[in-house]
Design a protein around this ligand. Structure first.
Ligand code: DON
Length: 581
């Protein structure tokens, strides 16, 4: 079996060059920032607020969320407004054509989770991305109409509103409609990303998508989203029927027919976001609440934390050989389990209890040696104890009432499938690539999978998204999450440890350089400056392979400080902004 390096060898080479380059370029530009912004990279503390805070990937979205809180809306109102705003000002990942997950903690202490992940259309089938010889057809699950799953974001926002919203839904959508008509001023970074995506957008649309134009976009240009404004108005006025029926549904289905896609009126009608029981676990004094399947995030994060808990990471020190070794050995084993055992719980019996069993996780770490790296080829998914019974963006919000919302939302790659629904002004996701197109063949993120995550009609593709809430002594402590495909889980893992073991502020914790291991390929992938030359040498002498990659992820965190104030950590890798009052 050939394993793929995240940077060097995705299955979809052509896609990788533009899409991943765009993600990476995303982290090199700078946007004008409002006064309440979080501090630059070197800052020790992020933005501090007395009562309420929004941290997202775009200043316009953070400010729209904050406005809703100022009007007296709660964290869930602000989350809905921020999600719609990101669909306008951050089209690379913000969306109404994708899906995501919410993890929340009510001020009463009640926690919960909403799954608004996309689903495979009814016409999808197991081998839809294979040629006659059974080989994966490059790019088919990544670009164009067949890459799109049935979008879940709009139903997700409506479900959140129905259960927990306090302001009228129309008031939460309106700021995004106004923004779409007023136009969004492009930063240098956004202009570059759109220019990078231009060719693929033109290739994968029968019309000329409004996100492209003849001459290159430049910083300072205004991008108007007029069709999207009309789509958002239909959602504002008709709710579910403004997207899953009527004109928007007609436009989506027409788009599918033009491009040979599968999403039908019936698929749209059948789509339903689902309330799920989140994954809950304990790490020392901290209670972790994170996303359950169809995301692997919560289970994997809890496995990682439980596996390193017995070790004194604090005394080993941040980014020191033993700390990196232990975290890496845990990651290797966790991603091997992920590839075998995780999938949509509505289709596949996920052995959650076994995967989180403390004795099992302890045994998984028993063959770890600090003298020598384990080879991934020697690691398989574990034998579980038997039980009776199972380009993305993140934003974190805490309101003045003590409610917390943690949402990671995605259209998967940058600009998703590149398909813009003609007349409706939004991009469709390419989430179908998160299925395992063929057992053992890596997807865009180098992740492999098997039967648990095979394509089936109506099934949700496995995710790594890890929107998370941490409590200490029964009180809200941290709200955190990030984009980054397969690296999401390990970035959240590291950010939590940075704060609770290495005494970092929220801002330091999100800014700190990260490293990643996902079982296969068998290498530690690290950001520049994440690992000193001495530590590298120590790790290499023990058999670890290290590969430097460019910066990844965009962690957005909120930390409750001992004095009760809130610290926002906005990732300096992007234009991310924390605002509060
Ligand atoms: O659900 C998942 O795990 C992926 N579709 C997330 C994609 C992602 O984070 C891309 N962003 N950089």
């Amino acid at each position: 079996m050939k394993h793929f390096n995240l940077i060097q060898g995705f299955r979809a080479k052509r896609y990788t060059l533009s899409c991943v380059a765009a993600v990476l370029l995303a982290f090199s530009g700078c946007a004008p920032r409002p006064q309440t912004q979080s501090q630059p990279e070197a800052a020790k503390r992020g933005a501090v607020a007395d009562k309420a805070m929004v941290v997202s990937a775009h200043p316009d979205a953070s400010n729209i969320g904050l406005e809703i809180l100022r009007k007296g809306g709660n964290a869930y109102d602000a989350a809905i407004a921020t999600q719609f705003a990101l669909a306008v000002c951050y089209p690379v990942a913000g969306n109404i054509g994708g899906g995501g997950f919410l993890v929340y903690r009510h001020h009463t202490g009640e926690t919960g989770a909403l799954d608004f992940r996309e689903k495979a259309p009814a016409g999808a089938h197991r081998d839809m991305y294979l040629d006659e010889d059974g080989n994966v057809i490059p790019n088919l699950s990544l670009l164009g109409h067949l890459a799109a799953g049935v979008p879940g974001s709009v139903d997700g926002m409506l479900k959140i509103h129905e259960k927990m919203g306090s302001l009228p839904f129309a008031e939460l959508v309106q700021p995004s409609i106004d923004l779409a008509r007023r136009g969004v001023v492009l930063t240098e970074r956004e202009a570059r990303m759109l220019n990078n995506a231009r060719k693929e957008m033109i290739d994968h649309n029968k019309h000329t998508p409004y996100l492209t134009r003849q001459q290159p976009w430049q910083a300072g240009d205004t991008l108007y989203h007029l069709d999207l404004a009309r789509t958002l108005e239909r959602i504002r006025d008709k709710g579910r029927d403004g997207f899953y029926a009527g004109e928007t549904a007609d436009l989506i289905v027409k788009e599918m027919q033009r491009g040979g896609g599968l999403i039908s009126h019936q698929d749209l009608k059948d789509y339903n976001a689902v309330w799920r029981t989140p994954i809950k676990g304990q790490y020392k004094d901290f209670t972790i609440t994170s996303m359950s399947p169809p995301s692997s995030g919560g289970i994997a994060l809890m496995q990682l934390l439980t596996m390193v808990e017995p070790y004194d990471l604090k005394s080993y020190g941040w980014q020191q050989p033993q700390t990196i070794q232990l975290m890496t050995e845990a990651k290797r084993r966790v991603y091997a389990d992920r590839a075998t055992y995780l999938g949509d719980p509505d289709f596949y019996k996920v052995p959650t209890a076994g995967l989180l069993d403390r004795t099992y996780l302890k045994e998984r770490m028993q063959d770890v040696s600090l003298e020598q790296a384990t080879a991934s080829s020697a690691v398989k998914a574990g034998e579980l104890p038997v039980y009776e019974s199972d380009q993305t963006t993140h934003f974190s919000i805490v309101d003045q009432f003590g409610n917390a919302a943690s949402i990671t939302t995605t259209i998967n790659g940058n600009y998703g499938s590149m398909v813009v629904v003609e007349g409706a002004g939004f991009l469709l996701n390419n989430e179908m690539d998160d299925f395992s197109a063929k057992p053992g063949v890596p997807n865009m993120f180098g992740l492999i999978g098997g039967e648990a995550n095979s394509v089936q009609p109506g099934k949700r593709m496995l995710s790594a998204m890890t929107p998370t809430i941490v409590e200490k002594d029964g009180k809200l402590f941290m709200v955190v999450g990030t984009p980054g495909g397969s690296t999401i889980i390990t970035s959240v893992f590291q950010t939590i440890l940075n704060v609770v073991e290495h005494d970092m502020t929220m801002q330091e914790a999100v800014a700190a350089p990260r490293f990643h291991h996902q079982w296969l390929p068998d290498e530690i992938q690290h950001e520049p400056d994440a690992i000193s030359p001495e530590v590298r040498q120590a790790l290499e002498s023990k058999g670890y392979k290290l590969t430097q990659r460019r910066k990844y992820g965009a962690v957005e965190g909120i930390l409750v400080l001992p004095n009760g104030k809130l610290e926002g950590g906005a990732d300096p890798r992007g234009d991310d902004v924390a605002v509060g009052f």
